[in-house]
Design a binder for this molecule. Sequence first.
Ligand SMILES: [Zn+2]
Length: 535
Amino acid sequence: MRELEKIYIFDTTLRDGSQTQGVNFTLDEKIRIAESLNKLGVDYIEAGWPGANPTDTNFFNKKHNFSNSSLVAFGMTKKSGRSADNDPGLSAILNSNTKSVCIVGKTWDFHVDVALGITKEENLENISETTKHFVKNKREFMFDAEHFFDGYKNNKDYALQCIRAAYDEGATWIVLCDTNGGTLPFEVEKIVSNVVKIIPGNKLGIHTHNDTENAVANTLSAINAGARQIQGTLNGLGERCGNANLVSIVPTLILKDFFKKKFKLKIEENNLNYLTECSRLLDEILNRKPNNHAAYVGSSAFSHKGGLHVSAVEKNPKTYEHINPQIVGNRRSIVVSDQSGKSNILSRLDSLKIKIDKNDPRISKLLDQVKDREFIGYSYDGADASFELLTRRLLNQVPDYLKIKKYEVRVHKNLDDIDINSEAKIHLNIDGKDIICEGTGNGPVHAIDSAIRKNISKIGKYGDYLKDLKLLDYKVRILNTGTSATTRVLIESSDNSGLIWYTIGVSPNIIEASFRALLDSIDYKLFKENAPANI
Ligand SMILES: [Zn+2]
């Protein structure tokens, strides 16, 4: 059997990814992401630009001990008119003491003329002197050939001279960058094939941006043409339209026969089951909602709707799934909807671990209830927890918890005031005792939520169970136009266990819809914590 060639994965989430608008990692966040990348098993973690800002400098000043990944410091070629030894930028990188360094330099003559304003010869000298400097200091040297593809198209000879300047002085990797992200897959394949004639593929890397939605495709094309290092980011994080998404590229290389038969990665197949968690961790740090439709790791990536699909998936998941979701740490989800038949309900019950005989008449009753509710505007597609409650209530498995006797919401605004204030008063009854909870907020839903949350200690035996309940997201949809509009509210909740659940409420009144969704969220939390019934 032929020996498998190694492909190296170089993550630049902490450097290129952090250049995204609105992204500003703290030191702790950088460390958490780096630890997670190390756990996944990438070869290189580019952690930032030492000396460029305090966070990056502090990161490199700290002692790190990563078992799988090498840390890489980033910087740019030396300035014209001074020696590499006397360039403070290069000194900061050397002083960071990483085994590997990645240095960006110009390879597009247009940029040399316009952006740097130096001669082409000076730029070549800056590249070769910088390379020499790091090689002499025993660093693994990588040269990021900025705008290489545009440079190649504009002045092929000069672009090639630039990368040779680094290669001839001992660079370990020459990384071809599609910095503006405008190159297409067949162009990448052709250009990389030509470069491989001059510099061997196992010395070539690829760094692409997603400005034509082709960053992943361009990366795969470059590998096909011979490149053996891939630069990209988690979830494709990066400025403008993002960088190449490693979360999509890595499983493709490991799982798809075309690549699997030729290549091996440091990340082993059984480590891929950490991929989904790794992707979601970044979203959590960025406080972003994960993309449901993300390849491999999105919550919809293996979700099935429609009776026919579902019954086929039940027979054999391969009918509608390109891989087994568990391999990448994701899971299959069966979406219950109006279109679905009994098989949908059954498999959804199965995934909730609700045991029921498939001929139990209550299944038809549940299906009818789902259909009736969907008719008035409910949608259980995205509201797992409400579906589970509906089912378990029908099966008498959910006790009554908070008993709401009535609630009032008051919204008021003084005309001289900028703020609109809301007050909520909820009359509860727990174990025969009347309790009144009051709260204020910047909107009616916020006021209802705070009436419960701020009075946790008052609500007796349920207080402890609800302490760590968090509302992550709140979405409102108006379902039909005109005055008879119905409102659908979807609430995303979580707690310290990290579990996320979704609940839904529908009513012609937005406050009532919100209240129902909120109560379902509370009931779900109490149910999963095995809280006692209200007696
Ligand atoms: Zn980039």
